[in-house]
Structures are given as C-alpha cells and as structure tokens.
Design a binder for this molecule. Sequence first.
Ligand code: SAM
Ligand code: DTB
Ligand code: SF4
Length: 324
Amino acid sequence: MNDQVVALDLPASGLLYSEDAVIELFALPFLELVFKAQSVHQKHFKDSGIQLSTLMSVKTGACPEDCSYCPQSARYKTGLKVEQLKPIDEIIAAAKAAKATGATRFCMGAAWRSPKQKDINHMVKAIEAVRAEGLETCATLGMLTPHHAAELGAAGLDYYNHNLDTSLEFYSEIITTRTYQDRLDTLENVRSAGMKVCCGGIVGMGEGQKDRAGLLATLANMDPQPESVPINNLVKVEGTPLENAQELDPLDFVRTLAVARILMPRARVRLSAGREQMSDEMQTLCFIAGANSIFYGEELLTTGNATPEHDRGLLKRLKLEVSA
Ligand code: SAM
Ligand code: DTB
Ligand code: SF4
C-alpha cells in the first residue's frame, strides 16, 4: 500500500493506483477503512453537506444496447412504457419542480446508444432552458463524438454522466454492444470539451471485490479524476438478465463507497441507485463512509427512489445540510 494513501494525502501528480493497492484498501478491517474514509472526507470537504441532483428521463426505453442491468434495453421484456424525447416545456416544468423541492442540479437521461444531431440540437435547447432556471445541468445521453461533446459544452452543460459500470475484466459479462474503450473515448471527449465528468459504476451484478477495486482504480487513475462518482447498487428489474443477481453484502457496498472516498478525496461520491431498498441506518453508514451526494426525487430514470419527504426527514435527523 502506498504510504501517501495511508497518510491520507493526495497522490503526487502522475502517481498511479495499482489494483493491488486498492484491493488492500478493501481488505482493511471495516472500522479502520470507514474511519480512514471519514477522515479523508473531513479533510477535503469543509462543508459536510449533501448535494442533491434530480433525474429526469427525457427519452425512455427502446435502447439498442444490451446492458444486462438495464430495464430500458429493447432486448428485454420489462414492461416498460417507451417514451419519445420530451418537449422542452415538459423539461422546464420538471426542472422548476426539482428546484422548488430543493435540488441544485438537474440531470437529463436518455436511452440512446449515442445521440443523433437532431437530438443534440434539442438537448442544447433543454440545457439552456434548465440553466436559465438557476440549476446546474447534467446529462447522460450515451456515447458522444468530440463534436457533439463540444456542442453540449458550448450550451453550458456543467456535467456529463457516463459510467464505466465495472472493471475492464468483468465488463464483457454485462455489455457486449459497446466496449470499455468506447466509454473511455466518450469520457475523453467530455473532458476535452471542458465539461465536468460524472463517472462511476454499479455493484451487485455478481462481480467480485477485485472488480470493484479495478473499477475504482481506473476512476482514480484518471487525470483529472471525475468530479462526481455515482455508485449504484443494482436495482433488480424483472425481465433483465440480472433480475436474480445475488444480493451484495451491504457492508461491501459501504466498503466500495469508503474506498472511492479515499481514492478520490475531492469528488462528490454519490450514493445512487438502490437507496429505496436501504434502511435509514444503512444510508447513514454510507454517509459516514464518505458519500456526500444523492439522487433526490420520486423516481430515478424508470425505477423508484426514496421520497423527497423521507430524504428531508433523514437529513434533518442527521443534522446534515444541503450543499451546492
Ligand atoms: N443510455 C445512457 C448510457 O448508458 O450511457 C444513459 C442512461 S443509463 C440508464 C445511466 C446509468 O444508469 C448506467 O450507466 C448505469 O450505471 C445506471 N443504471 C441503469 N440501470 C440500472 C439499474 N437497474 N440499477 C442500477 N443502476 C442502473
Ligand atoms: C447513475 O449513475 N445512476 C443514475 C444516473 N447515473 C443516470 C441512473 C440510475 C438508473 C436506475 C434504474 C432506472 O431507474 O432506470
Ligand atoms: Fe441503453 Fe443506457 Fe440502458 Fe445501456 S444503460 S441499455 S445504453 S439506456
């Protein structure tokens, strides 16, 4: 294990995290790991608050990709209602509602392999309109060319979400219609266009601790590191190939957040999908491990989320502020 990591300092520029070093972090006694993560958190975030992003699915289902976890793939019979690209006025109405409920960022998701030029033109208008409401903007629209990334960046898109999902080694068990390198290329295009990167993954898909370590090592070795790191716990949707996936030990989920916090001290680590199924105590453990961002709103993209009322109550009980 690198001494600098143990000492909780940032790595010197160019220092790479080996997968083995990350596996060692995962192997720490639970309390030691969580204490380390909370120490890193307190050192790098003066504001201990939680950032709130609201999701909107602006184009739902009928996706040509085969991501085994996803209810929106056209290949799986999940009973999902397909919806065309939402008109701008509906997107504005949802953004206004998100702001009124207390969100600071509005994230628009579309079930595309990659957007077409006409989709980009529409999203440019949507981004400008959401920004005009005084919200930060995020979008997750699939793979981007350098040109399309530049257009979204020029429209003022603050963040682009594009997940690596898992380790390079496990990836082909989950998705065959696009490669890991395709994803890295899109992330590079997002960076080159000057946008902030939101990139994380999903756990509970049958991967091992080594895969979770591999994912986090890849994310931590990005230069610069992603500003936002969503960690999703698989939502098992009937009809998807992963509907019966073995439940991950909740403590291993917490370990994943803790390691993400230690390796990416300045990132917003987002406790993402799967919160609806978690107890308040489990979510609290996730915050102790360094998560400081959540998806806030009745729905994620197509599945349920903890309710805003419940979330406000939990934050109040924990005396956690909402931060920008
Ligand atoms: N189609 C675009 C793409 O894949 O890049 C954007 C939307 S996609 C739904 C965004 C992310 O949601 C995926 O990369 C995955 O990490 C997460 N996700 C999708 N289905 C999920 C599920 N059932 N449980 C947990 N996370 C999920
Ligand atoms: C991310 O990492 N998780 C969000 C967001 N980025 C787009 C999506 C979670 C989707 C969960 C399944 C669904 O609701 O369709
Ligand atoms: Fe399509 Fe994205 Fe779902 Fe994959 S995760 S099937 S690309 S919507």
